[in-house]
Design a protein around this ligand. Sequence first.
Ligand code: NCD
Length: 319
Amino acid sequence: MSSDDPNQITAEGSLRHLLSIEGMPRQLIVALLDRADQLRQMRNDELPRSLRGRAVMNLFFEPSTRTRVSFELAAKRLGAEVVGFDVARSSTTKGETILDTVSTLSAMGSDIYVVRHSDASAVRAIADHVGNRQSVLNAGDGCRAHPTQALLDVLTIRQRKHRFADLRIVVVGDIRHSRVARSTVAALRILGADDLHLVGPKGLLPSAEDFVGLQRWTSLDEAIAEADVVIGLRLQKERMTEGLVPDADAYFQQYGLSKARLKTAKPDCIVMHPGPFNREIEIASDVADGAQSVIWNQVSNGVAVRMAVLEAVMRTRDG
Ligand code: NCD
């Protein structure tokens, strides 16, 4: 399956939709990060009302806390009207197709769709359906892509480490089912990260066709030595077939991010997790709440990155 979405970038190189990171030009990613950094430093009353009069539809067909709320806050802070569309109580439960729902909302004058769906092809299908009339932002589709999470992850690393080359970055956990790992690793590679380690139990490591060219490790203790950045991932039981789900205690013993295990990483190694995280399964509480954790910086950066993306697609549409 190709993960590129060529139709998300216009012929002039600007962002029409944000569907995946793969294939995005480096300078476009850097421009979004630079703008997010600017927006992050502004007080709420200093922010540009660049989305005034625009309507943003949040279509979440899967649970979400931080992605949904941060998209909503980002859009509102830029002056947009935001509709938090309640999928569970919508006409999709009466048999209406998603594309008909989108046409209905488009007829009411929506400008941007923020979509999360468990099916990896759903967000793309909506983007194809709306063409260049509206913009579609992928808020997570199946195991495939979560591009705004990738942008906030690389922004967080850039703020702390100021570079990507020569950084040892360890991604540990359920990589096989992780759209975050796919998108964040893609962004890191575009930005020049060249020492990436993928770690997890065999059954949760990606297949050979996925993450081509990257080293896989089953021992976190080996992979974590001299690490600059460690990214933990949630065990995504909802995406696992039975038999793959590891025992929580055994998992923590081998793959949990604990203080003892971090001792062989660099002393200034940062610890990340996209959330939601499971304490004492993927990460020890004293690490999640400790000095090396940048988990809450990731969450704050999420609002800034989503403002930058909303502005960028709106600018493209206004030409
Ligand atoms: C992730 C997601 O939903 O893809 N969370 C997030 O958006 N911050 C990761 C997960 O669910 O584990």
